[in-house]
Design a protein around this ligand. Structure first.
Ligand code: FAD
Length: 419
């Protein structure tokens, strides 16, 4: 297909599960772009338990890859709320993150090798299951995160891990974001690699879940309901005998004595752990039910997060009084979903149409001032292309364009996206 498109100069849009949130896998309105879906390339080619690796085709859903690993009592740790629909090809093309990055890294860190169809229609077989390989340039790294602009990923060899036998999870009340960041530092010192997830949510985010999915917050102690910020801590250990719950309880008790936290809800069963995660993962849906909102998926050094949020939120509120900041995300990775809902009573769509460009400009300028990234997990696609052009250092942008010209001189793959 790629060779035929190259011969006739027809542009291609690779598409996996179409769950990307920045318009990268969607053709333009000309009707002249070929959508190349990988969904039927969905075989698990090999599981190598001794090498802790798995080779799968690009159209396998993330859930199918997790299941194939679990069938060998192993773990593929990438985990996203869209895992039933998104594909491993899409995960790699967007360098997806998710809930376990703190412990296991992003899709990039989980990938050992790739098979790619180049823009010339050649097949590059780079499916090496090696931890060390310095034979020339690391081509794999170019395709990961390239959002379908450089070639088509058709298969991947991925890292597997021993499956955790014990898990513990708690929802914790904090007075403010600096306290959440202090709690993260304390949790890292106490648990090191056993700390798998560390999510933070401001009260406005959890109030939305309470309003739209009340049963997910049933039975919370008063300290949690009233807390300005909540943290979801997730621990895992390969030792079945470790008393993770006890360790977590002792840690939380000590944090409460030191005045870092206001209270906590410890999950006592797998079902309760799942319910806490479901609450966290329902924030986006609850927000959608409130109407359109201004969204940002940003990353900052953890040490700068609290300053960024207090500085930027104050500026936004002074220019747009009454706007509601919905701030939540993967705090352990320095990744926030930093969103704004229209003031109560305003029409959300009209507010978005009038104010989104100016709010985005302010937020991205502050992100840059605090040393952050305007696209943490969801990539650039079409939605953030102009912002990338405005905010990327000119030398970086020039290099990206040179790579695109070198690998795809006809501008065949996903034209107009990213750069
Ligand atoms: C409810 C929900 C929760 C989400 N949570 C997260 C999260 O926590 N973390 C996160 O990182 N993302 C998250 N996402 C975003 C999304 O799920 C990921 O970006 C996912 O990795 C995209 O996979 P996909 O198969 O759906 O790709 P698509 O949407 O089909 O494509 C995404 C991009 O990759 C390109 N592409 C797709 N397949 C290939 C291929 N085989 N070769 C080359 N290019 C390709 C496309 O052209 C496009 O540019 C979430 C999305 C939803 C809807």
């Amino acid at each position: 297909v790629v060779r035929a498109c190259a011969a006739h100069g027809v542009p291609l849009v690779p598409q996996g599960g179409n769950t990307g949130l920045v318009g990268g896998g969607v053709p333009d309105a000309t009707g002249r772009q070929v959508v190349l879906s990988t969904r039927r390339m969905n075989r698990v080619r090999e599981v190598d338990a001794l090498n802790l690796s798995i080779t799968v085709e690009a159209g396998c859903t993330l859930h199918e890859v997790q299941q194939a690993a679990a069938a060998h009592d192993l773990l593929f740790p990438l985990s996203l709320a869209s895992e039933g629909q998104c594909t491993i090809g899409g995960n790699l093309a967007t360098n997806a993150g998710g809930t376990q990055v703190l412990r296991y890294g992003t899709a990039r860190e989980l990938c050992l090798g790739l098979e790619v169809v180049t823009a010339q229609g050649e097949i590059w077989d780079g499916l090496r299951a090696l931890r060390k390989d310095n034979a020339g340039y690391a081509l794999r790294e170019l395709y990961i995160g390239s959002e379908g602009t450089l070639g088509l990923i058709t298969a991947a060899t991925l890292r597997l891990f021993p499956r955790p036998r014990a898990q513990a999870c708690a929802l914790v009340a904090c007075a403010d974001l600096p306290m959440c960041v202090e709690l993260l530092a304390a949790a890292r010192a106490a648990f090191d690699a056993r700390l798998c997830g560390f999510e933070a949510m401001n009260q406005a985010s959890t109030s939305l879940v309470r309003r739209h999915f009340a049963d997910l917050c049933a039975g919370w102690p008063q300290a949690l309901e009233a807390a300005p910020w909540l943290v979801l801590m997730d621990l895992g250990d390969v030792q079945p005998s470790t008393r993770l719950d006890d360790d977590l309880q002792a840690f939380l008790h000590a944090q409460q004595e030191q005045g870092r936290i206001g209270g906590a809800l410890l999950a006592h069963s797998l079902a309760q752990q799942r319910a806490l995660w479901q609450m966290r993962e329902s924030i986006s849906s609850a927000q959608s039910l409130e109407g359109l909102n201004v969204k940002h998926d940003i990353a900052l050094p953890v040490s700068r997060l609290a300053d960024f949020v207090s500085d930027t939120t104050a500026r936004v509120l002074s220019q747009w009084p009454g706007v509601r900041p919905i701030t939540f995300g993967h705090l352990g990775d320095g990744n926030l979903h930093y969103n704004f809902q229209a003031p109560p009573g305003d029409d959300p769509a009209a507010f978005l149409a009038r104010h989104e460009p100016a709010i985005n400009a302010l937020v991205f300028e502050r992100v840059r001032a605090h040393g952050g990234s305007i696209a943490a997990e969801h990539g650039i696609g079409l939605l953030r292309r102009d912002a990338l052009v405005r905010h990327a250092p000119p030398a970086a942008l020039g290099t990206m364009r040179a790579i695109k010209r070198a690998l795809d001189p006809q501008d065949l793959f996903n034209p107009g996206r990213v750069v």
